[in-house]
Each structure stands twice: as structure tokens, then as C-alpha cells.
Design a protein around this ligand. Structure first.
Ligand SMILES: [Zn+2]
Ligand SMILES: [Zn+2]
Length: 379
């Protein structure tokens, strides 16, 4: 295996990028911290920039561009695009395209670019360090993004934007504060390395450590600690089953600052079309998984007669539950239809509807007049 891997060439740009960021963090950074220390200004900006760049990856790269779970206005997209470039995780086009492949072929050792089944290190960083066939970029799945001028601008000038943001912002902060090196090292360099690993945790730890309340069909996990570190992306089991929902922490109390950011942007008119999975589908997934877990636990019972009795009881309860869920889901669907009908009825009765009918009639008349004039000219 290691021999076969050694034959795969190193991905030099990625190796170089990780070397020039990681080595100074392990050497120059501690030396500078010990010799000169950092102050509250630099620590504050470290935290602020961690959040700004991190949320641009989770809210922008991930939930907006990779999954299209909502729509964003141009100003919001430009902010995501710039701060996303500052995160140094490749262009939106490449990032979102390989993330779509990850969802489509999750856990497949040959097709998932960061499959956890190739080990924790591979899923975390290893996949980027060599030109693995599984990591080959194919943007055929991102035609929608190719049509987006903001995405394509960033893709074309990615290197300039990434270097410019990573040097420009810390230099500006250093000039403002009167300590260039302090800002380059803390809000600049350490922030970059920390935010790299925080994102990489979603590919490694979020497929390895935690619970699976919604589905056992893939390795994705829900983990509160990871959610805290990753701006809400740690609810990864939910995310893999309902990937187009703009929320990852679906309950109101689950820590998901990305969903709060998206909601705030929607309230400010900067985002719209927030997509949510209907509650009954979520509940159905939860119940089905509970039944599955009960079956697994029962299988551990070593008294054959007790096992048989309990299994029969469980299957009876499970089918009753399935029946209830079926009824419940059908009624929920009916409720949605009734709401639609009610809205339609309200619309038909409204003044606006009458105005619209009048307008349509005038439009038809006007078109007829234009056509007539055309014909007169021909005659
Ligand atoms: Zn995943
Ligand atoms: Zn995703």
C-alpha cells in the first residue's frame, strides 16, 4: 500500500503551502510569543478573522455554493468570495465541485476525494498532499457555478486574491496597531493554520467520532464539540442525509452560528429562499434509526427464547410505529396542500388578483393593437 502510494506524485503546490504556513507556526510563532508576547488587539483580531473566514467557508463555500441551500445577494457573495479566498482552501469552483463528489460517493475508497475509509490522516490532510486519482478535479458537476461571474472571477484570480487578502489584511492591522510582525503572526498566520485544521476536522473527525441519530448509511456523525469548533458544521450526520437544508444544527438550541448568520442575512434582505426539510421527514428518519438501533441491541441478547419473544414484540411495535408515521406524514402533506388551497382562495378573492386580471386583459388588447398596426403597414 505504502509502495503504491509512493508512486503517486506529490502535489507540490499544496505541500509547499502547508510547509510555509506550518513550519513558522511551530518555530517563529512560539519564539515571538515568548520574546515579545501578543496583546488584546491581536488576540481580538485573531478571533474576529477566525469567525469571518470560517463563516465564509461554511456559509458561502459550503451551504451556499456547494449545496445551494439558499440564495445570496451580490454584496454578500462578494464578501464570502474575498474572505473565502483568505481561508486558502482553493477556489469556490474547485472546493464546491469536490465537495459535491464527496456527498455523492461518501465513504467510497475510490471515488470519495476524502474518504474516511482510507484513514483519519488521509481524510484530514493526506488527500491533498498527493495527486490521488480520487482527488482529480472534474467541474462537470458545477455548471451552475461556472455561470456565476463572482465565482469565476475568484477562480481566475484566486492566487492574487488569496495572497493579497492574507498579507493585506494583517499588514493593515499591523500598521493601524503599530506592530506589523505581531499582526502578521497572530491574526495572519496562526489564524490561517487554525482555520485550515478546523475545516479539515469536518472531513476527518466528523466522519469518525460522534453519534448517528438520523442515518447509519454513511460514516457522518453528529458531535457537539466539533459543532462548537466548526461554526455548526459538526452536525454532520444530519447534513449528509438532508444536505440541501440551510441548517446543520436543526434544533433551535443546537450551536450553529452559520445558520444564525444565514437567517440574519435573510432578515436584512441579503439572503433569500432558505431551504428546510419538512419536520415530518426529519422525525421519520429519527424513528427509523431508533428502530434500527433497538434491533442491533436485541441481537446481542444470548437467551434464544427471550430473544425470540422480544424480537417479535419489537417488530410488532415497529410496524405499528411505521403505520402511525405513514398516517402522520400523509396528514402533514394534506396540511401543506390545505394551506396552499387556502392561500390560493385568498388570492382569488383579493383586489390584487382582480387588478392582475385587468392588466392581463389590457396586455392582450395592446398586443392585438400592435399586431394590427404591423399588418396595416404590410398592407
Ligand atoms: Zn462529509
Ligand atoms: Zn456538505
Amino acid at each position: 500500500m505504502s509502495e503504491a502510494r509512493a508512486r503517486i506524485p506529490l502535489n507540490w503546490p499544496a505541500v509547499f503551502m502547508f510547509l510555509i504556513t506550518t513550519v513558522p507556526v511551530l518555530t517563529v510563532f512560539p519564539w515571538y510569543a515568548w520574546k515579545f508576547g501578543f496583546d488584546a488587539f491581536e488576540w481580538t483580531w485573531f478571533v474576529v478573522l477566525c469567525f469571518l473566514t470560517g463563516l465564509s467557508i461554511t456559509g458561502g463555500y459550503h451551504r451556499l455554493w456547494a449545496h445551494r441551500s439558499y440564495e445570496a445577494s451580490k454584496p454578500l457573495q462578494i464578501v464570502y468570495m474575498l474572505l473565502g479566498a483568505m481561508s486558502l482552501q482553493n477556489s469556490i469552483l474547485i472546493w464546491a465541485s469536490s465537495h459535491r463528489v464527496h456527498h455523492r460517493y461518501v465513504d467510497d475508497v475510490d471515488k470519495d476525494p476524502y474518504s474516511i475509509n482510507r484513514g483519519l490522516w488521509f481524510a484530514h490532510m493526506g488527500w491533498m498532499l498527493r495527486d490521488y486519482p480520487s482527488g482529480k478535479v472534474n467541474i462537470a458537476n458545477a455548471k451552475d457555478l461556472e455561470a456565476n461571474p463572482i465565482v469565476m472571477f475568484q477562480h481566475r484570480y484566486y492566487l492574487w486574491l488569496a495572497v493579497g487578502m492574507n498579507l493585506g489584511i494583517p499588514l493593515l492591522l499591523g500598521w493601524w496597531h503599530g506592530d506589523i510582525w505581531g499582526s502578521l503572526l497572530l491574526p495572519g498566520l496562526l489564524r490561517l493554520v487554525v482555520s485550515h485544521h478546523v475545516t479539515f476536522f469536518i472531513n476527518s473527525l466528523a466522519h469518525y467520532w460522534g453519534r448517528r441519530p438520523y442515518t447509519s448509511e454513511n460514516t457522518a456523525r453528529d458531535n457537539d464539540l466539533l459543532a462548537f469548533l466548526t461554526y455548526g458544521e459538526g452536525y454532520h450526520n444530519f447534513h449528509h442525509i438532508f444536505q440541501w437544508d440551510y441548517r446543520n444544527g436543526v434544533r433551535w438550541w443546537q450551536y450553529d452560528p452559520t445558520k444564525w448568520l444565514i437567517r440574519t442575512c435573510a432578515a436584512l434582505g441579503l439572503a433569500s429562499g432558505l431551504r428546510r426539510v419538512p419536520e415530518f421527514q426529519i422525525r421519520k428518519a429519527l424513528v427509523e434509526r431508533q428502530i434500527e438501533r433497538a434491533r442491533e441491541r436485541l441481537a446481542e441478547c444470548d437467551d434464544p427464547s427471550l430473544l425470540k419473544r422480544l424480537q417479535a414484540q419489537l417488530e410488532q411495535e415497529a410496524s405499528h410505529l411505521a403505520e402511525l408515521i405513514g398516517h402522520w406524514a400523509a396528514l402533514q402533506q394534506e396540511k401543506i396542500e390545505a394551506t396552499k388551497q387556502k392561500l390560493l382562495h385568498q388570492w382569488n378573492e383579493s383586489e390584487a388578483h382582480k387588478k392582475l386580471q385587468g392588466l392581463e386583459e389590457s396586455l392582450r388588447l395592446q398586443q392585438r393593437r400592435v399586431r394590427l398596426i404591423g399588418r396595416l403597414q404590410v398592407a
